[in-house]
Each structure stands twice: as structure tokens, then as C-alpha cells.
Design a protein around this ligand. Structure first.
Ligand code: FMN
Length: 201
């Protein structure tokens, strides 16, 4: 074993596209991978300089859209874009402002049922949510990236594409569903090899 100092600690987490409400009531769409769920409560890790952080602080609603692995190139089209205008200093060399992220990446807008930000129609799972709280994260390495926030959100409604459901039930079929996984800035799907299941599955 060696002591190492990797630049990032992205050990492979699913990608979500978060819909949030811009000040003109249009919907912004931001890729994130720092998120997880406990029950129907979810944490989202947001860089301070993202339009997403600004939008959630102003309007506490969002949609957590989960893209399929086949959509990785659409996600990658969003990667160099920000809803911020002008582009924040730290991002100015690599990013450009884009008002219509849906069109830029080839996603269609779909009205949500309980919140104002719109859903990304092509994503097979879409979760409408409201913000419960926002917390500063702290930490020196994160400060070098401009700092970050945790948004704790509560999922209000889950929409799932029929093909990923176990017949006629509300259960997502893990043999059919795979998230798009972000693994040290490379995109993966889950391998087909199931290792086993937990006693409560
Ligand atoms: C696959 C992927 C995962 C990302 N994960 C995060 C994340 O977890 N949190 C975050 O704030 N930014 C993340 N980013 C960077 C944001 O997408 C980037 O800051 C973008 O400008 C956000 O858009 P916005 O400024 O319009 O909100 C990720 C980018 C990609 C492509």
C-alpha cells in the first residue's frame, strides 16, 4: 500500500441530470454524480459556482433525472456547459454559457406533476423533489474548486419507464436497469454479472 493524493475521489457513482428552475422560469439541466439516497431522502453535492446551486437556493424544487448508459454522449454534451452568465472565473477556460441545455444535448422537456422544473423526457427514471435543507460542506480541497453545498431533498414522485419494472409491480428490476456510472471521470455501465443479493432483496 502507498499513501497517494489522487486529484479526485470519484470511485464510481451514478450520474443524475438535475432539473432546476432559472430566474426566468426556464429549466436548467446539470449533470452531477455526487448523490445518494436513504429512503426517499436524497443528498446532492453541488459546487458553489454551478447555476444549479444558485437555482436551488432561490427555488427549492428540482427533478433528479437518471440517464441510461446509452445516453453518455448526450450527458457529455452537457459537461462543458453552464447556465451561469457570465461563466465563473474558475471555469472560464473550459466552459461556456448555454441557456437551452435540453436542446444542446438532445433532451426533450416534459412537464412535472408536482414541481415547476421540467423533466428530461428521455431519462428512464425521473424523480420530482423538494429541497429540505442546504449545508456548506467545507474542506480545503473542495475550497480549491470554489467550495460546495449539500442539498438534502425529499423525493415526492418517481416516474419509471415500464421496461425497467418487474411485471406489473412498483419494483425496479435490477437485471434490466443499469445506471450510467461516473468512474474517475470515465463513463461505464454496470457489468451484467450479478454477484448476489442482500437478504432483504
Ligand atoms: C458526469 C458529471 C458529473 C458531475 N458531477 C458533479 C457533481 O456531483 N456536483 C457538481 O456540482 N458538479 C458536477 N459536475 C459538474 C457540473 O455538471 C458543472 O459544474 C456544470 O457547470 C453544472 O451546470 P450548471 O452550472 O448549469 O448548474 C459533473 C459533471 C459531469 C459531466
Amino acid at each position: 500500500m502507498r499513501t497517494v493524493e489522487p486529484k479526485i475521489l470519484y470511485f464510481g457513482t451514478p450520474v443524475a441530470l438535475i432539473s432546476s428552475l432559472n430566474e426566468d422560469n426556464s429549466t436548467n439541466l446539470s449533470p452531477i454524480s455526487s448523490f445518494w439516497a436513504l429512503g426517499w431522502t436524497m443528498t446532492l453535492g453541488l459546487l458553489n459556482d454551478a447555476k444549479l446551486a444558485e437555482n436551488l437556493a432561490r427555488h427549492g424544487e428540482c427533478v433528479v433525472n437518471l440517464p441510461a448508459p446509452s445516453m453518455w454522449q448526450m450527458v457529455e454534451k452537457l459537461a462543458p456547459l453552464t447556465g451561469r452568465d457570465p461563466v465563473p472565473e474558475l471555469k472560464s477556460k473550459q466552459f461556456k454559457t448555454e441557456k437551452d441545455k435540453f436542446a444542446a444535448a438532445g433532451f426533450s422537456r416534459l412537464d412535472s406533476e408536482l414541481v415547476r422544473p421540467m423533466r428530461a423526457a428521455e431519462c428512464p427514471i425521473q424523480m420530482e423533489a423538494r429541497v429540505l435543507s442546504l449545508h456548506e460542506m467545507g474542506g480545503t480541497k473542495l475550497a480549491e474548486l470554489g467550495g460546495g453545498l449539500v442539498a438534502v431533498v425529499e423525493i415526492l414522485r418517481v416516474h419509471a419507464c415500464e421496461e425497467f419494472l418487474k411485471d406489473g409491480s412498483d419494483h425496479i428490476n435490477p437485471n434490466k436497469w443499469s445506471p450510467l456510472v461516473y468512474n474517475f471521470r470515465h463513463y461505464y455501465d454496470l457489468s451484467d454479472t450479478e454477484l448476489g443479493k442482500t437478504f432483504r432483496a
